[in-house]
Design a protein around this ligand. Sequence first.
Ligand code: TMP
Length: 202
Amino acid sequence: MKGKFITFEGIDGAGKSSHVEWLAETMRQRGVVVVVTREPGGTELGEKLRGLLLSESMHLETETLLMFAARREHLAQVIEPALKRGEWVVCDRFTDATFAYQGGGRGLDRNKLQQLEHWAHENRQPDLTLLFDLPLDVARERIALASRVLDRFEQERADFHERVRQVYLDRAKNNPSRIRVIDGQETIENIRKSLEQIISSI
Ligand code: TMP
């Protein structure tokens, strides 16, 4: 069986991460070998870059290049080898996040992002992207309830996150066969049902 590359996306507080492990476990029960990973991160080097990216302030282009540097390593060390072995890779965020956060949120030119995408993974796109969407105020409330120190992105103002959300939704509209929008306000049970249906269809 051919490996599949599945990514999870959404604004901070959309609730996607709690479904990542569940999906992986569901697939394992069906006999699929699944690698669960995340971005930025997923490798020893990538996790170190994640620590910097989530805490240190830096120039927007530095931030973008580091996101792609972590991704390049992740593809080389984890994603491509697993797919080649026929395994599934379930990844919490990927390049759609860079278009949404660095492009939408921070305003980096889309052409530059496309060039970097082409450079870092010309021939690789997710087979399926699950975009968790919900109104910003609901997502903000969830983050506020988390009672932990917020990272550099979570601390951004509401208009930043509104732009992130908009880019995600635009990308979903322009890539309807790859990106499936999940209503993040639905109950966990209903979300799981939708995920099962979508996964069965691929
Ligand atoms: P997480 O909280 O979902 O693990 O993601 C960490 C943060 O990193 C999240 O706020 C989004 C941000 N991020 C970007 O800004 N650009 C990217 O390319 C990726 C992968 C994440």
